[in-house]
Design a binder for this molecule. Sequence first.
Ligand SMILES: Cc1cc2nc3c(=O)[nH]c(=O)nc-3n(C[C@H](O)[C@H](O)[C@H](O)COP(=O)(O)OP(=O)(O)OC[C@H]3O[C@@H](n4cnc5c(N)ncnc54)[C@H](O)[C@@H]3O)c2cc1C
Length: 505
Amino acid sequence: MDRRSFIKTSAAGMTLPFWLQSCELPFFKVGYPIQLTSDDATGHQVMNDLAYPVHKKETVDVLIVGGGLSGLAAAYQLKERRLNFVLYELSDRLGGTSAAINYQGSRLAQGAHYDLDYPDHYGKEVIDLLSSLGIIQYQPWSRSWSFTDQQHIIPVTRRQQCYDDGEIRAEVIATGPDRNRFLELVGSFTDHMPLPIRLIDDKFRHLNAISFAQYLKDEMGLNAELKRQVDYHMMDDYGGRSDQVSALAGIHYFACRPYYREVVNLFSPPQGNDYFVQRLLGTIPRDKIMTQHLVLKIEKSSIHYTVDILDVKNHRIIRQNADQVIYAGQKHALKYIAPGQEKLFAHETAPWMVVSLVCNQKPNQYGHWQNEYLGSNKSFLGFIDSSVQANPTLHGRRVFTGYYCLHPGDRAYLNTIEEHKERIVRETQGYIESMLGSSIDPEMAFANLMGHAMPIPSPGYLFQDANVHPDAEMIYSGVDNGRLPLLFEALDSGIQAASVASGLR
Ligand SMILES: Cc1cc2nc3c(=O)[nH]c(=O)nc-3n(C[C@H](O)[C@H](O)[C@H](O)COP(=O)(O)OP(=O)(O)OC[C@H]3O[C@@H](n4cnc5c(N)ncnc54)[C@H](O)[C@@H]3O)c2cc1C
């Protein structure tokens, strides 16, 4: 956006995203390379009529669209059931919002970065999957499943600190009577908020109809200060404030594990949840997985599906028939890929941006893993400090991974990020330095932009499973099918989709 259109937009009263709000400022040069990844440009090719040669491929039992955790979990199950399948992923890397990047022999998180021990009342299907992959083991003394690679458990004393307008405190929700009443209220739901959410008892589902802020107002009163702190948590995991997400989503966040009774292990390898992606991939034959392949069109006939796929590297269209299609991609693009099907998904999604700064400085033994930021830029939520993670391949360097949850309205401006990436990275460095109280020395920055990263679980959204809708023309999977945006939900949705595809449900 140029200066004139910036002024015009401001005059029209529209809110601009933070990187365009002060275009009058001098241009920043950071002095180190920045690598920006965005699948927007490739993804937008679904809108074009592409005149490429068509190459026909043999029919498969099941064709999977999307190689995020849900698509990969579906692939794993289909392989176990010996079905003939293929998975197409538009990006050059697998994992979607749980993907990582390679940097000089080290893998670094560029999206989802952690999970926590699983209580034993969580869904058996995902527990069976993770334990068969050797990722988790049962701990009878705590009646929970914990992670086998214990070196990636973050020590409790170094888990988090919170920066709130210049002051540092231990946790986002400040100590005091409001905190006590709040934790007592949400804590009363502990043991009733399992994952996947399809296991939540019917008697709690009315909480899906109202907002979390409304629920808190009704039950205990909600002052502006507590709301601001609860809003931070909701943005950080759900991409929306407490008045935008449902009471059930909000309560689930605080009550899905016995946080206030016992220590719950937090697992965070340096590559983040790409750890799970790689473990799944290690079991799936590589010739079944095609990256840089964008699914353009899905047509259903009385006998099968015909799918057109853009082979991005070789500039050709692959046409393939399939008996079943599992659609594990983000649902907003359905209006181009399978027109009419987008009506089954009415939810709003939040764009996210992850900015990693690789620094030429030693890890700090007093650092904190998560650094939660409640400051002037409401989109910036804080950063992870690699000092607290086990990563011998980083050779003593320190990585700060900053997270931005953008407003859905900012999506219109995402194409300006390339032009403003210097400024975004410089600002990220500034927030990190202000929180650490010292300067950092980056040698390289990676920014990952995800345009439709996460479904916002607004009132009414949860449990809207498109697979039970009479107009559903294929099998749907992914966290944006009426689920919370969490790893356990992604895996469960893929397993359920594979069961439908193989006729087991
Ligand atoms: C910044 C961020 C941080 C997060 N942190 C955590 C966390 O710490 N812990 C946690 O539990 N959860 C976290 N989440 C939630 C995370 O989204 C889920 O855990 C999970 O990774 C979602 O997987 P998915 O398969 O449902 O969707 P996605 O990861 O969105 O995967 C969809 C895939 O489909 C592909 N695709 C889409 N359209 C097409 C097409 N037409 N053709 C081919 N391919 C296509 C996309 O490229 C993508 O790879 C985070 C999310 C974000 C955005």
